[in-house]
Design a protein around this ligand. Structure first.
Ligand code: FUB
Length: 326
């Protein structure tokens, strides 16, 4: 049976959950009603701010800490504050968020706070060298931090190509487009190590390989049930790195495992079957000795794709580290 929405006074989605100071903090998108026509570019996902939520226990009440960052307060943003994430390092908290810049190109920004519940103060400009959507931060046990990101179709990942002069944006590839054809490899999510101050990339982002277990080769573009679409997440369990993501138009949450934060990762299977609504996006967090999947569906709005609500379910690992829902 589907659990109840955790938050019912607002529409919320793309929940990035973290355990900070023995509480769960949730950093979601804040969905809102608009009269923008629906399309496969995601224009109807026209969010303007972020709230932070926290819980002392997994079935206890949820506290809304209010608006912690607004588009109007970020100098480089034009519109569409999509799925954020947060990290803690050196006693400070960092909110990573994608939005369109003044030229309509998705970039990733960072905002800083002394407290996990914000409010967050944005940097003047987006992270140099950042592009596309859905940042997911991961601070490893050795203190090194990484940002995973990317999303195809409305997320514009297919618009970017590498050249000797860096990454180049081709606006003609915007919208619901992606590579296809016999033997064509799927687009890869990106990863970049973050600087010690968490504000910049140490090196240009690199491609994260996701391999098919049966071939040991990268997953192909036409394999829509397994190829990366958006919603990157990284967690570590028993020394193994788990990279999970949404398959977009086939609507699964799936995962792949590897031995390094840079991969390569080998596809393992599904975490969640399709939910009510087009998008699916999640996080996985260790809280008070158990593991949880935070995700969203559209039950609260009766199935309106861009009006979503956050939910949580416990997950389990078997002896080989395979994930299943409790
Ligand atoms: O919330 C807007 C977009 O929808 C996110 O960035 C995607 O992951 C999808 O959930």
């Amino acid at each position: 049976m589907s659990p109840k929405p955790l938050i019912t006074h607002l529409y919320t989605a793309d929940p990035s959950a973290h355990t900070f100071n023995n509480k769960v903090y949730i950093y979601p998108s804040h969905d809102r009603e608009t009269d923008i026509a629906f399309n496969d570019n995601g224009d109807q996902y026209d969010m303007t701010d972020y709230h932070v939520f926290s819980m002392d226990s997994i079935d206890g009440p949820v506290t809304d800490h209010g608006i912690v960052l607004s588009a109007k307060d970020v100098p480089w943003v034009s519109k569409q504050m999509w799925a954020p994430d947060a990290a803690c390092k050196n006693g400070k908290y960092y909110l990573y968020f994608p939005a369109r810049d003044k030229e309509g190109i998705f970039r990733i920004g960072v905002a800083v706070s002394e407290k996990p519940e914000g409010p967050f103060t944005p940097e003047e400009d987006f992270i140099p060298g950042s592009y596309s959507i859905d940042p997911a931060s991961f601070v490893d046990e050795d203190g090194k931090a990484y940002l995973y990101f990317g999303g195809i179709w409305g997320g514009q990942l297919q618009c970017w190509t590498e050249s000797e002069n860096g990454h180049i944006f081709d606006a003609s590839k915007s919208g619901p487009q992606e590579p296809s054809g016999d033997g064509v490899v799927a687009l890869s999510p990106r990863v970049a190590q973050l600087s010690d101050d968490m504000l910049t990339f140490v090196e240009p982002p690199c491609n994260l390989k996701i391999l098919a277990p049966e071939t040991g080769e990268p997953i192909l573009a036409d394999d829509h049930e397994r190829r990366f679409f958006e919603a990157a997440w990284m967690h570590r369990f028993n020394g193994t790195y788990y990279f999970s993501y949404s398959t977009g138009d086939s609507h699964y949450l799936v995962y792949a495992t590897g031995n390094s934060p840079f991969g390569p990762f080998t596809y393992q299977g599904r975490i969640l079957e399709p939910v009510l609504g087009w998008t699916t996006h999640h996080s996985i967090v260790d809280f008070q000795g158990r593991w949880y999947l935070f995700y969203h569906d559209c039950e609260l709005s009766g199935g309106v794709d861009h009006l979503r609500s956050v939910k949580v379910r416990e997950i389990l690992y078997d002896d080989e580290g395979r994930i299943s829902l409790a």
